[in-house]
Design a protein around this ligand. Structure first.
Ligand SMILES: Cc1cc2nc3c(=O)[nH]c(=O)nc-3n(C[C@H](O)[C@H](O)[C@H](O)COP(=O)(O)OP(=O)(O)OC[C@H]3O[C@@H](n4cnc5c(N)ncnc54)[C@H](O)[C@@H]3O)c2cc1C
Length: 146
């Protein structure tokens, strides 16, 4: 019995991995890419709610919080975290203590607000470069300033 190959799907950006780096990369792209919800897909092999049973990262240090603040993501983390600090000086001058699974939940929620859902469980099993594919034209208007 012959099998039919699934129809190819095209996407401008495929992000593999729904950890902090994948989620924040997708979010950062979504902030700048027009029609990002139709052009970015992010996949994760594990159902994320169950993967990090015992968590991994727990503390974010000031520079990380500052970078996340520039993306508009730090306030939501700060609402849930334990702030480990010796003084109340600079805005993000403390270790932001929150289990990674909850940090990721904040990033997934922000991404969802941009119309992009983490697709899980979906595993990338192989990558092939199709040299025969007709190259698309990149519009300067769509991708950024001239
Ligand atoms: C015990 C421990 C404690 C830590 N504590 C801290 C801390 O306090 N502070 C801190 O900043 N960092 C800490 N870290 C480091 C932090 O967890 C990592 O830096 C962070 O998880 C890296 O994020 P990432 O997105 O690059 O990778 P990951 O979080 O590993 O995410 C990669 C994702 O890709 C998915 N994936 C892989 N292959 C495929 C595939 N083929 N198809 C689909 N999906 C795929 C994986 O399932 C995974 O979810 C700690 C790590 C550990 C292990």
């Amino acid at each position: 019995m012959g099998s039919t190959a699934p129809e190819a799907e095209h996407v401008d950006v495929l992000i593999v991995g729904g950890g902090p780096v994948g989620l924040i990369t997708a979010y950062q792209l979504a902030l700048t890419l027009p029609h990002a919800d139709k052009r970015i897909r992010i996949i994760e092999q594990h159902p994320k709610s169950s993967q990090d049973k015992y968590s991994r990262a727990i503390a974010l240090f000031p520079r990380t919080s500052e970078v996340l603040d520039q993306l508009g993501l730090a306030d939501a983390l700060a609402q849930q975290c334990f702030a480990c600090q010796s003084s109340a000086s600079a805005v993000w001058d403390f270790a932001l203590v929150l289990r990674q699974k909850y940090q990721e939940e904040v990033f997934r929620t922000a991404l969802k607000e941009k119309g992009i859902m983490l697709e899980a469980p979906v595993t990338l099993v192989d990558v092939a470069v199709d040299e025969g594919l007709k190259k698309g034209r990149v519009s300067q208007h769509s991708y950024g300033p001239r």
